[in-house]
Design a protein around this ligand. Structure first.
Ligand code: ADP
Length: 180
């Protein structure tokens, strides 16, 4: 699925994010930038050791923010490591932290002149954020960003499972009329 926002597009893709050809690939990292399972493991495996070497040099990244490295062997130019919140009950600032992580990525992409970016569904794996609650935050952050001047022409959300894709599709359909 794909919707237009200003001169850009928000797209949904089902599958492995590391297969996408984009300028900036977002990693759902942890605040120690230590690597892990899930999408983090997949990006480091596909990109090779250079990315981890740069993460070690940066050191850490507070929850709700993001840092940028090069992308090693990936076809992307940059990996943006975003740290979403661990979900507890939704009253511990989780929505603001998740929105902050998405906004930080989009801002880094803008600063570096990226024309395309791919996001995984940050925090909805091991970090336990309910995807029905996370998808509106993720998609609204992308739409808001594209309504301001930005070099980004494509914002892609890579959803690993068909069930996750269906949730994002439903949410995106709901915000499409207001966005275009
Ligand atoms: P977090 O710790 O932020 O929750 P996870 O990596 O555990 O991060 O999960 C985030 C989302 O990424 C989950 O929906 C998971 O299914 C998905 N995911 C895992 N591997 C990949 C991949 N290779 N490409 C895209 N999404 C992936």
């Amino acid at each position: 699925m794909r919707i237009s926002v200003a001169n850009a597009a928000v797209e949904l893709y089902q599958g492995d994010i590391t297969r996408l050809a984009v300028d900036a690939m977002v990693n759902a990292a942890n605040s120690r930038l230590a690597g892990g399972g899930g999408v983090d493991g997949a990006i480091h495996r596909a990109g090779g050791p250079q990315i981890m070497a740069e993460c070690r040099a940066i050191g850490s990244c507070p929850t709700g923010t993001a840092v940028i490295t090069t992308a090693g062997r990936l076809s992307a130019r940059w990996v943006i490591h975003a740290v979403g919140p661990v979900y507890r009950d939704g009253t511990r600032g989780e929505p603001e932290l998740l929105d902050g992580a998405y906004r930080a990525c989009l801002q880094l992409a803008r600063q570096h002149g990226a024309r395309s970016i791919a996001f995984p569904s940050i925090s909805t794996g091991v970090y336990g954020y309910p995807i029905e609650k996370a998808a509106p935050i993720a998609l609204a952050a992308a739409v808001r960003h594209l309504q301001e001047p930005s070099p980004l022409e494509r914002v892609v959300f890579a959803l690993f499972s068909a069930a996750d894709y269906a949730v994002y599709e439903r949410v995106l359909a709901g915000i499409a009329p207001a966005a275009s």
